[in-house]
Design a protein around this ligand. Structure first.
Ligand SMILES: NC(=O)c1ccc[n+]([C@@H]2O[C@H](COP(=O)([O-])OP(=O)(O)OC[C@H]3O[C@@H](n4cnc5c(N)ncnc54)[C@H](O)[C@@H]3O)[C@@H](O)[C@H]2O)c1
Length: 271
């Protein structure tokens, strides 16, 4: 398991930002060795004092994240579920509440790629991309909302800069655009329940999602150079943003789309 020193940026005991809270992270495993954004968020939520339900359809991946949290002195449980299924989302929320008596945070991290134009579309894949990226957020959130704390309840949804910087991944861009619209609608719909709903739009992040199938050093370097800062994004960058958005420090922030992209989306596409 490769670690990243950026993930070690934690908070001393007693200053944990999420102390006393219970968090659910969907897709909290990783598709391959290393840290995806779900695994990194689960680790940082726990490092900041939250008890974490790590939800994944891949048992081994979820258990690996739990082991990392426990090795780190944190508290977590694995929950195996396919969150495209409404009943499974219900069981997921009930598991967290049954185990720890409350629910404060939902990180809707699950996502899947989808390439090509509409002329090249495989319509079955199109439906799957919409379901996995968008409908899972609605299903998991609908299951969690009745339990989410009226005092500090927070949802964070993972979109992508592909939503506003399309680049030939049209089903993915469409789905991630819908994640932004869904975030803003949910922020309004559930503000009365004092639940905040925000969204992170990661840029090119070096995670198993992008390197598991193989990535040449040239492509990796091109992704790094796309950032005006000239640095490579890691899962920890996304996870730190999720910790902030789900903490009480963000109590006056709802409905925002926070790019975590090293400034990539500031540049014109032809650059
Ligand atoms: N890496 C990047 O460059 C980048 C950029 C923009 C956005 N994103 C987004 O970040 C998120 C990536 O998350 P990650 O790094 O944790 O990805 P990952 O693929 O490593 O992990 C996702 C986990 O979700 C699980 N999963 C998939 N479908 C599921 C389902 N139906 N039910 C339960 N579990 C399921 C998988 O088993 C896997 O363990 C996605 O939403 C992705 O679109 C990534």
């Amino acid at each position: 398991m490769t670690d990243d020193p950026a993930g070690a940026v934690g908070y001393p005991a007693g200053r944990a930002r999420l102390a006393g809270k219970v968090a659910v992270v969907t897709g909290g495993g990783s598709r391959a060795e290393g840290y995806g954004t779900g695994r990194a968020a689960a680790v940082l939520f726990a490092r900041n004092g939250a008890r974490v339900l790590v939800v994944d359809r891949d048992r081994a991946a979820a258990e690996q994240t739990v082991a990392l949290i426990e090795d780190d002195g944190g508290i977590a449980e694995a929950h195996v579920a396919d969150i495209t299924v409404a009943d499974s989302c219900q069981e997921m929320a009930e598991h967290a509440v049954r185990t720890w008596g409350r629910l404060d945070i939902l990180d809707n991290n699950v996502g899947v790629e989808g390439a090509g134009t509409i002329l090249e579309a495989d319509w079955q894949q199109w439906d799957e991309v919409m379901t996995v990226n968008v409908k899972t957020i609605a299903l998991a959130s609908a299951a969690a909302l009745p339990y989410l704390s009226r005092d500090g309840g927070a949802i964070v949804n993972i979109s992508s800069i592909s939503a506003f910087r399309p680049r030939g991944l049209t089903p993915y861009s469409t789905a991630k655009g819908a994640v932004i619209a869904l975030t803003r609608a949910m922020a309004v719909d559930h503000a009365g329940s004092r639940v905040r709903v925000n969204c992170i739009a990661p840029g090119p992040i070096y995670t198993p999602m992008v390197y598991a199938a193989g990535m040449s050093p040239e492509v990796r370097e091109r992704r790094r150079r796309a950032s005006p800062l000239g640095i490579e994004g890691t899962a920890w960058d996304v996870a730190h943003a999720a910790v902030f958005l789900c903490s009480d420090e963000a109590r006056y922030i709802t409905g925002v789309v926070l790019p975590v992209d090293g400034g990539v989306s500031l540049r014109s596409p032809e650059r």
